[in-house]
Write a new protein. Structure first.
Length: 123
């Protein structure tokens, strides 16, 4: 945002200030500016420094600054061969490793069982 004294020749992003216009009925201050593409426009003082330009290069700077939205597509399932042509391949499954909490609960259960067995046996 532009603050302080603004004079002709000041550059804000793609805008170059040409002259100051008289304030409007709301008291807002406007400046006649020249975009890098050659377009002249009246720009509000509060927008100098925020607005990049007239829109002539919007595609180039928008593509680099904003992330693209990626459309989620369903997962592609490969075509499967008929069941008669498939060969039976044994698959080795591995047991997943237990988390520390699961290991602790297993030890507590084991300890509880040992205590109950000792009470039943009278040891």
């Amino acid at each position: 945002m532009a603050t302080g004294k603004i004079s002709a020749g000041d550059v804000f992003n793609n805008w170059t200030v040409l002259s100051q216009e008289s304030p409007n009925e709301n008291g807002e201050q406007y400046f006649l500016c020249l975009c890098i593409c050659g377009t002249q426009r009246s720009v509000r003082k509060g927008n100098l420094g925020k607005v990049t330009g007239c829109g002539c290069v919007r595609k180039s700077y928008q593509a680099s600054n904003t992330p693209r939205k990626v459309k989620k597509q369903p997962a592609k399932v490969p075509k499967q061969k008929p069941a008669a042509l498939k060969k039976a391949v044994p698959v080795a499954y591995e047991e997943r490793t237990k988390s520390p909490r699961e290991q602790l609960e297993d030890r507590l259960d084991q300890h509880r069982l040992e205590r109950e067995l000792n009470e039943l046996c009278g040891i």
